[in-house]
Design a binder for this molecule. Structure first.
Ligand SMILES: O=C(O)CCC(=O)C(=O)O
Ligand SMILES: [Fe+2]
Length: 539
């Protein structure tokens, strides 16, 4: 445990953000440092309680309990995604996990203690009534050559439209709610190694976020995108294989707390209502990789032109965080879109995640390898809505990830002067890919990706993120404070990597920049105007 002297109480936080108007109580918070050389100075990571994230439903109710002097309130393994929160959040109690604390400290990850409860009130709005189709697990044929992993399964599925006993008395939005979080490594705040450029700071105060309560995400979209293509409707409801349930992780390890272990009773339902979503609006042809209009040399020309513009070269944003500009060539982008469309149009595919109280994330999501359930913040083989197993990660995706990591290593090496690049940015072979599709009004609040295994997070195994389509404003920072966050523009083909000391960086997408996708990409794929994002992780 840290000596009390390493903590100090700071002024209460008021967390207010976005259209979802999530407020936290004003709660006194303490800064702590697990690293005596850091002290409670500027590098101490503020970790206010009362923050907003994407907690599991059971965590929400627990959050009303009084927190005591714990440095890590909750197992630091939760991938904490939120939809609109641009505020702060605090730790959750983890039952005195001294080991976790030590592990964090040894990696220089600071933790904090909070003194008060963490309950929040979050309002939300339903954006549009869903269209539904009855689906079974019929996408298996699309899941080319994949191996079924033996893992434990069965996250608790929500019962659509039913009341939530766990939520009784709590008014909670889809994001931002009581949450757990892990503070960032101590060197956060250190300048990027090759930071020749000025970091742009953005101001996305509550006023601006109010603008997000704008039109539904159907804006500008052909309605046929949603659950209407006839190929989907004709699928039999019992076709395909439902998730199997074994108490084993993908890597053969014993079950982690982040891997859901309870079989959902809802998944025995033979007919599951699913709001299907298609990222492309026409049947796309098989990709042959050879198209004159989008050939590699055209892309090279574009990259060379871009390289002359400020902000278009690869760069290290901070230790362990690398941005590879226009790394994915256009033909590969097209292939990725087509693959995601094919995988995502069927069972186990794209849907709009939300909570049983009706709140929705401002994006559509599909998972590969393992499903991530925003309600429980756990991974399992079971799709939270249709109970189907997720498709495996296609090999060509994994190859691109490996290539990007090598490129990042080469960049880091230039600055390291003899240090081991693996220490700064470990290599990672992904077994999870979360695919998000943002329409023009899509967004994702500041959060940490921390639902992967403790081992993965403690090792700093990176998250590798591909951006395709419209550009996005991307925020990152040492805490969930949008005013202090740095901003970069993620454009089509960019790869962002954050591992090592940056593994737990807060990040989010406050806005999509309309009409910025490469025209050839949209023309070739029929992708709806918007942004496809793939984040690869190792469980
Ligand atoms: O869309 C992005 O760039 C970020 C996505 C993300 O943070 C996530 O899926 O956890
Ligand atoms: Fe994330």
């Amino acid at each position: 445990m840290l000596p009390p002297s390493s903590c100090r109480t700071i002024r209460p936080y008021l967390c207010r953000f976005s259209s979802n108007a999530c407020y936290s109580r004003e709660i006194p918070v303490r800064y702590c440092s697990s690293n005596s050389k850091m002290g409670p100075g500027k590098n101490a990571v503020p970790n206010p309680s009362g923050s907003c994230s994407r907690p599991s439903i059971s965590e929400r109710s627990h959050e009303s309990q009084k927190n005591n002097q714990m440095y890590i309130k909750k197992q630091p393994t939760a991938h904490d995604r939120q939809t609109t929160a641009f505020g702060e959040k605090g730790f959750s109690k983890n039952g005195g996990d001294e080991q976790a604390m030590q592990s964090l400290a040894s990696r220089g990850i600071q933790s904090v203690q909070s003194e008060s409860s963490n309950v929040q009130n979050c309002d939300y709005e339903a954006e549009y009534p869903p269209l539904s189709v009855n689906m079974g697990c019929s996408s298996k044929g699309m899941n080319l050559g994949r191996r079924k992993s033996e893992i434990d399964l069965g996250s608790k599925r929500r019962k659509e439209g039913t009341g939530s006993p766990e939520l009784a008395g709590l008014k909670i939005g889809n994001i931002g709610s009581p949450c757990e979080e892990i503070s960032l490594p101590m060197q956060f705040g250190k300048k990027a190694m090759n930071s020749g450029r000025r970091k742009t700071r953005i101001d996305l105060g509550s006023e601006q976020k109010k603008g997000d309560i704008r039109s539904p995400e159907l804006e500008g979209l052909n309605i046929s995108n949603i659950a209407s293509p006839c190929d989907e409707l004709s699928l039999p409801t019992k076709f395909g294989k439902r998730a199997t349930h074994r108490e084993k992780s993908p890597s053969g390890r014993s079950q982690s707390r982040n891997l859901a272990s309870t079989k959902s009773s809802n998944c025995s339902d033979e007919s599951v209502k699913v709001d299907r979503f298609y990222i492309c609006n026409h049947r796309i042809r098989e990709f042959d990789g050879h198209n004159d209009s989008i050939n590699e040399s055209n892309w090279q020309n574009r990259m060379e032109m871009d390289a002359t513009l400020e902000g278009n070269e690869h760069r290290v944003l901070r230790s362990g965080m690398v941005l590879l500009k226009h790394y994915i060539a256009l033909p590969d982008q097209i292939k990725i879109v087509e693959t995601c469309h094919n995988l995502g149009k069927g069972p186990g595919g794209f849907y709009r995640p939300g909570y049983k109280d009706g709140a929705k994330l401002h994006l559509h999501m599909m998972c590969l390898g393992l499903n991530w359930d925003p309600q429980t913040r756990k991974y399992s083989k079971e799709h939270p809505v249709d109970c189907c197993e997720p498709p495996d990660i296609p090999n060509h995706f994994s190859l691109l990830v490996q290539g990007a990591l090598q490129e990042a290593h080469a960049l880091i090496k230039k600055d390291l002067r003899g240090s081991n690049v693996e220490d700064t940015l470990p290599t990672m072979s992904p077994d999870i890919c979360i695919v998000n599709f943002y329409m023009n009004s899509g967004r994702l609040g500041l959060h940490q990706d921390r639902d992967e295994s403790r081992e993965s997070i403690y090792k700093g195994l990176p998250v590798v993120s591909f951006s395709i389509g419209h550009s996005a404003e991307f925020l990152y920072g040492i805490d969930r404070n949008v005013d202090k966050a740095e901003k970069v523009l993620l454009e089509s083909g960019d790869v962002l990597i954050f591992g090592g000391e940056s593994r737990l960086v807060f990040h989010g997408v406050p806005s999509i920049v309309p009409d910025t996708a490469p025209k050839a990409l949209l023309a070739e794929t029929g992708m709806h105007p918007g942004r496809l994002n793939l984040t690869f992780r190792k469980f």
